[in-house]
Design a protein around this ligand. Structure first.
Ligand code: NAP
Length: 430
């Protein structure tokens, strides 16, 4: 009996695309056994087909015309690894219209146009798989969409950007400034020449939107995610956090509370005892909480050609199995229309460091502002110099809006010379 072959049309052959071709070649026999068919990369679209590439494919496979790949009747599955919104969006829509299933690693596209893509997949009766779009090689989308469908996930806390985690790790472990750690990250290839997408939290916000959409069965787009990057984190913040038993991480946080979804990305202090605190360098980890399953942590390499290719190839095998059996996988899981809770309505703990006049009554005056805004103080301590004192507060869980109003009022007090540091605190037991 001849073994069936399904043809993959690849769009993009960069870091991930080239690694996908190599994994499909190196693991061809295992993949054929698992998929029930051979997976062959038949055609590849790139910008520059003449460029030499370290992949086991002849030059005839390459074209600079993505439509020549998508429209080729021999292609069964289109694998989009170009990145960015256009032309990736239009190409995926075309692939569905032509009756191809699609595998992609494109977080930006999913986080902004997920609904449109799923509608097109449904209309065409095809699969859309995107495991590699969040946290590279770490299986996360399928566990959330399939393995955890019996659970009511309440919260996801994730370190989903390796560049910023590398920078914060260097700042913590070597006392470096943000600028020095960024320069080192760029020298080692962990950060792009233009690091904006990573450092300002755009990359993490797109991933947060995808995770929140799946975990809470409601459409959350990148623009719904509150976003603060790490450029404002100082060596002093990190040193203070360490002194108090915390580390600073850029967290993506998605929560479901009272039927409302909140999604945010910002630096936060987490206790050194929290499992996410030990996630160093460019590693990623996602912590998922549910009432029945308890706490789960998914940990591993969130980027890089081979880890990401592992996730992409897993999707290709899944889609191939469906084509062989005539089935379809799980489509869009956004069955609800939940309201998005704005940042001011979220709740958390806060760390605040103030330089104040060292005179009687100042602490009481400041505590009064906390109290009037309904923010209660969990811990406070004071370190004095000649005529100035440092006051450090950690609050109980409070509404973000109430805490920010308190900080605004404190800034206006003559007794407060400077608000030197404000950081959110996450990961404490509620
Ligand atoms: N890199 C990672 O670690 C990682 C991790 C997780 C997810 N992802 C996602 O995976 C996707 C690919 O990332 P990557 O790092 O592999 O990108 P990359 O190295 O920049 O590769 C992009 C590829 O797309 C091709 N390309 C660009 N525009 C094109 C066009 N208009 N028509 C045809 N081909 C075009 C390029 O061709 P040339 O080679 O001729 O320039 C290149 O081969 C992105 O969505 C990214 O977010 C990447």
């Amino acid at each position: 009996m001849t073994e069936r072959t399904l043809n993959v049309g690849l769009l993009g052959c960069g870091t991930v695309g080239a690694a996908v071709i190599r994994v499909l070649h190196e693991h061809a026999d295992e993949i054929a056994q698992r998929a029930g068919c051979r997976l062959s990369v038949a055609r590849v679209a790139v910008r520059d087909p003449a460029r030499p590439r370290a992949v086991p494919l002849g030059p005839d496979a390459f074209t600079d015309d993505p439509l020549a790949v998508i429209d080729d009747p021999a292609i069964d599955i289109v694998c989009e690894l170009i990145g960015g919104v256009e032309p990736a969006r239009a190409l995926i829509l075309r692939a569905f219209a032509k009756g191809r299933s699609v595998v992609t690693a494109n977080k930006e596209l999913l986080a902004n146009h997920g609904q449109e893509l799923f509608e097109a997949a449904d209309a065409a009766g095809q699969d859309l798989y995107f495991e590699a779009s969040v946290a590279g090689g770490i299986p996360l989308i399928r566990p959330l969409k399939e393995s955890l469908t019996g659970e009511r996930i309440g919260r996801i806390l994730g370190i989903v950007n390796g560049t910023t985690n590398y920078i914060l790790t260097q700042m913590s472990e070597h006392g470096w400034s943000f600028e020095d750690a960024l320069t080192e990250a760029q020298r080692l290839g962990y950060a792009e020449a233009d690091p904006t997408a990573d450092v300002e939290g755009f990359d993490a916000a797109a991933k947060c939107a995808i995770l929140a959409s799946i975990a809470f069965n409601t459409r959350v787009v990148a623009g719904d995610v509150y976003r603060e990057g790490i450029a404002g984190v100082t060596a002093l913040d990190i040193a203070d956090a360490a002194r108090m038993g915390y580390v600073v991480k850029l967290l993506a946080i998605a929560e479901l509370e009272d039927g409302e979804v909140s999604a945010r990305v910002h630096p936060a202090m987490i206790p050194v005892s929290h499992p996410l605190a030990s996630v160093r360098d460019a590693f990623n980890a996602v912590f998922v909480e549910g009432p029945k399953v308890g706490q789960l942590m998914f940990y591993g390499r969130g980027a890089g050609g081979d880890p990401t290719a592992s996730a992409v190839v897993g999707d290709l095998v899944t889609v191939a199995r469906h084509r062989i059996s005539g089935a379809r996988g799980v489509g869009c899981t956004c069955t609800q229309d939940r309201p998005i809770r704005g940042m001011a309505g979220t709740r958390g703990q806060y760390y605040l460091n103030l330089h104040v006049e060292d005179r009687p009554g100042v602490l009481a005056e400041i505590a009064g502002h906390f109290g009037r805004n309904g923010v209660s103080i969990e811990r406070v301590w004071q370190e004095g110099t000649a005529d100035e004192a440092t006051l450090v507060f950690i609050t109980h869980r409070a509404r973000e809006g109430d805490f920010q109003k308190t900080v605004q009022e404190l800034r206006a007090l003559t007794a407060v010379r400077a608000v030197t540091s404000v950081l959110r605190v996450e990961g404490e037991e509620p």
